[in-house]
Design a protein around this ligand. Sequence first.
Ligand SMILES: [Fe+2]
Length: 605
Amino acid sequence: MTYVLGLSFYYHDGSAALVKDGVVVAAGEEERFSRRKHDPGFPAKAIDFCLKTAGITIDQVDYVVFYEKPFVKFERLLLTAFSTFPKSAKVFRESMLTWLQKKLWVRSMIIDTLKIPRKKLLFADHHMSHAAAAFFCSPFEEAAILTLDGAGEWTTATMGVGRGTKIEIQKEMRFPHSVGLLYSAFTAYCGFEVNEGEYKLMGMAPYGEPKYVDRIMKMIRINDDGSLWMDMRYFAYHWSATHSFTEEFERVMGKPARDPALEDKSLDPFYCDVAMSIQKVTETIVLKMASHLHKTTGLKQLCMAGGVALNSVANAKIIGQTGIEELYVIPAAGDDGGSVGAAMWACHHVLDIPRAGPLEHAYLGSEYSDAEIRAFLDGQGITYTHIANDEAFFDRVSDDLVAGKVAGWFRGRFEFGPRALGSRSIIADSRSTQMKELVNAKIKFREAFRPFAPSVLEEAAGDYFELPGAVNGHPPSEGASWPARFMLYVVPVKQDKRDVIPAITHVDGSGRLQTVIKKFNPDYHRMIQRFGEKTGVPVILNTSFNLKGEPIVETPAQAFNTFSRSEMDVLYLRNFVIEKSAKRIIDSTPFQLRHEGDRIVEMVS
Ligand SMILES: [Fe+2]
């Protein structure tokens, strides 16, 4: 038995993942436990959670693997700072401080904190971590691999091939030329926060037209293989910590950047057109790269990871436009998935442990039992109804949704990656015309234009959505539909269904669907099925269980507080139903239960 613990931290979205003989047994982002959004710090709580889930101690872990090579990254920062001096003087001084005080000493920090022998610690390349996450979690014995992000050490994109337990990187793109950083520059230009606002930019794009592709193309060049060359006169991220682009960039785009402090982020047509233009450019790059990989390797299977692989609009165009017929994207495609990738790389590529089958679902986080939830509710004196019979409970939930209620749904292990997939979700009726505005304004407290995603029964997905790889009404092969289960495809809602499910149909008629598969989330599946039996529409609105700017809830207490602080109508903690009248704010410090044998005797904060 071999246990490998993968770690990613010190950039953003720190996380830990535990792999046992090639199977991911637990994985989670530190932010869920620390409650600090995108927490970049050492993932102490996530590690603790992983070890507890497996029932082991750190001494039983055979290898700990960090997801990148700090000294190589430091070299990149140093050389970049030198080549852009004196413009880089300020950022150089600041980054030197954090690197010399902290980041450079990852090795001794991990060894000292976890108290592990030096020989147990390994380091993977950043993009190898992405590639390993994508390929080793995939169902493919052999596949092309594409990784795309902001930047790792020097690398910003790779093309390679995976076969069995080995990965070969064949080509790479290097800093400062980067699809992720290009997209982020436009995120900042449109007034959104980098590393946070990329989704907003993608959501805004359908309100615009790709009018400014030619302006963007004045600043970059896209080669036939999809690789990118950026004219660095227009960009500033290589010498500035606060600016992604220069004044020349603004001159080319024809307008100054939108003020990020602007409260009113309503839909300015110019920035919508810019959003659509950079979306089209990104798609061109991704599709060219996928085509090139298909042509040069002859492979029809593709695995993807890196932050750009979260661009679910681009993902949905790969099947059918590039020669690729099967696609796997890991649910935590960003750097949070680096922990899984680092562990998988060590497990297969280094140790040659045989592969143990694909990562079929994202339910790798913590969970709370009925007994724990009851202890929490009783301990806080919160009034509830418990519906022990599942069928009766799903009946109640579907009735509530039909009645127009917006509900918190907390059940099972939380999802690894940025998407809520029916474990920590806010759910509502997809048929309601007011639901989108209502949930944006009163529950999530976020921008009115942002779309919501649908959860649809896998069996019915083809009736409501134009799925990649679907031909003449036949559903796509399993190989083409993997990203849909992780909510990583944006596809057209079928023309005749757009008025049926308006709450999840975006302005351009698209939807970022999640196919719900009975085998992996039978309760969520059954509840949606009950809703479908009553309404004829087995589709519900599903958004992550958090308020704007906060991490998704992890514990029942956090779920209860989030419920209390919003206009949600009802909360389901497993089969416990909590009504609006019970709302109040409680201390949500994670509680601990003291057991005596099987019995919970006390709850201590
Ligand atoms: Fe990355």
